[in-house]
Each structure stands twice: as C-alpha cells, then as structure tokens.
Design a protein around this ligand. Sequence first.
Ligand SMILES: C[S@@+](CC[C@H](N)C(=O)[O-])C[C@H]1O[C@@H](n2cnc3c(N)ncnc32)[C@H](O)[C@@H]1O
Length: 316
Amino acid sequence: MSVDAHIAVMTAEILEWLAPASGKRYLDGTLGAGGHCAALLQETGGEARVLGIDKDGQALVRAEEALSGMGYMPSVKLVQGSFADFEKALNAVQWPDLDGAVLDLGFSSRQLDDPERGFSFLQDGPLDMRLDQTDHNPTAAELVNTSSSEDLKRIIKDFGQEPMAGRIARTIVARREKKSIAGTTELAAIIKRAYPARRRFHSRKHPATKTFQALRIAVNSELEDLEVFLEKIPQYVRPGGRIAIISFHSLEDRAVKQWFRYHAKDCVCPPEQLYCQCAHKAVLKILTKKPLTPSPAEVQGNPRSRSAKLRVAEIL
Ligand SMILES: C[S@@+](CC[C@H](N)C(=O)[O-])C[C@H]1O[C@@H](n2cnc3c(N)ncnc32)[C@H](O)[C@@H]1O
C-alpha cells in the first residue's frame, strides 16, 4: 500500500501472518508513511486499534494526515519516539498489552530522497542522518569529524561490513585535518578516493554505500534499539499474538534470527552439560524457519523491496 512517497513492503505477508482482527490491538513500531498501519485497519474495516511509533516527527505528521484522510484516525494512537521505548508509549495510551507487533526497520524512501536528511550521497546535503532530528545524539557530521580513526574504522567495519574500513577511516581523518567534512557528496568522494582503483572499478555498488549504512546505524543506535525492543516485547504480546519483523541488512536479520532461536528454546545450557540447570523457558514459537522475501512481482514494482526479509514468531 502506498500512502506517501514510500511504498510499504511485504504488506500482503504482514496481513497474512499478523491476521489482524476487529477489536485487537497492534503496535506498528516503525510507522513511517503509515502504509502497514493503514493496511491493518483496512483489513479490519477500521475495527482494529493501532499504536504507531516513529522517531521521525515529520513522518508522524504526514502519516497522521494520510490516516485521517482515510478516516482511520479514531482507531490510531501516534507517539513520537523509539520503538525501544514502546513500554512508555503503551503506558501513555493506557494499553496493558498487544495482540501483535510489526517492525519495518530502517528508513523510508521519503527520508532517503530528501537531501536535507543526509542519508543519500546521490544528492548533496548536510551529513545529518538522525531519524529524530530533535534529539541530542551526534549527527553523522559530528561522528565523521570528531571520532578517532580507530573508532571510525570500528563503526565502518562492524556496521557496514566494509573490508576497506581502515583505509576509509584513515583517509577521512587525513582530510578533516585540512577542513571539516560537511556534506554527503563530499564524504562520498573522499571514500571513493580511499578505495583501491581495482576494487572501485569492479564494485557494482558505489564505494560509499557501506560506509553510509554504517554511519546511519551508529547515529541512530539502530542495533541497540532493536535488541532492547526484542528483549521486552514478549512480555507485552498476548499468547497467540505475533511479532513480524522486516529487516533490510544482514546485521538486523541476524539479530532477529538469533533472538528468535534463543527464545524458542526450553533450555539454553551448553550441549556438553548433561542436565539442564538454566531453567530457561521458551516464550515464542518461530513461524518462519527461513525468512520470507518479497515476490518477484513486488520487487519489480518496488525495487527498494529487494533486500527485505520478514521473520515472524508467535508468543506462547
Ligand atoms: C521502512 S520505514 C517504515 C515504513 C512503514 N512501514 C510504512 O508502511 O510506511 C522505517 C521507519 O521507521 C522509523 N524508525 C527507524 N528506527 C526507528 C526506531 N528505533 N524507533 C522508531 N522509529 C524508527 C523511521 O523513521 C522510518 O520512518
């Protein structure tokens, strides 16, 4: 469903696996343009309830406009913040629990395409990258201009899985000694120069792609937020309720997979231990042994969906 410039990804699968029903309460922790939220409501004739959270205040304003145009606002509660803080949002709207939750991680097309947000190097813009522009977290420009070479290397290697992380970090540090780095295209050009010519030539993607992903993940504490959310959400979803998570890069998908596996086990003792001493209890059942991916037709219609992976678990 397209509510804004962003086309919601794997909406049919989200509806199939969450199976929304009238009178039930759902969390959409990444409201974005409101596409998944609108689909949950459309499916139930507006009779489900959705708590929509987004870090991005501008996204919330636009989603509210779109949902209100569809007549769905009476069924929706909107809260600005991180899905890691969903407990606070539940308290604010006085919901004790949920019948399901969806996360569609990362950023929206609208955010990517707006040069002022600094997510893309295809158009010049300030190196911001904060999803929540009102918070006091460092921007990408602050990270790039103040982090030590070692810290930059670690960020680019760990969050971008970039083999050239050391070279890129050293080149950034050498450049910023002459003049601080302010813009997206400027940073992309510096990274391109740090790349060995042979790799630059053979690479299908722009050499800055992985470094931009790494900076975005670091600026927005993306993996920390996901871990905090995963740790807390089972306590709030009623038995039989489902958690559906769409991720777009392997670090997120791995975190979801490992967390699902751990919490689907009744015992997490090391294999060499003969008797269970951990008293661990499974809290969920994995419904998607392998991640689901968008259909070829969806990828053709919305190429940005191509790297999406959906995992679903049911709370016991
Ligand atoms: C891929 S878009 C979601 C699109 C949405 N599902 C739709 O159908 O329109 C991701 C959204 O999640 C938001 N976001 C990312 N991380 C977040 C977090 N930790 N907490 C809350 N919102 C977050 C982004 O600001 C962005 O609007």
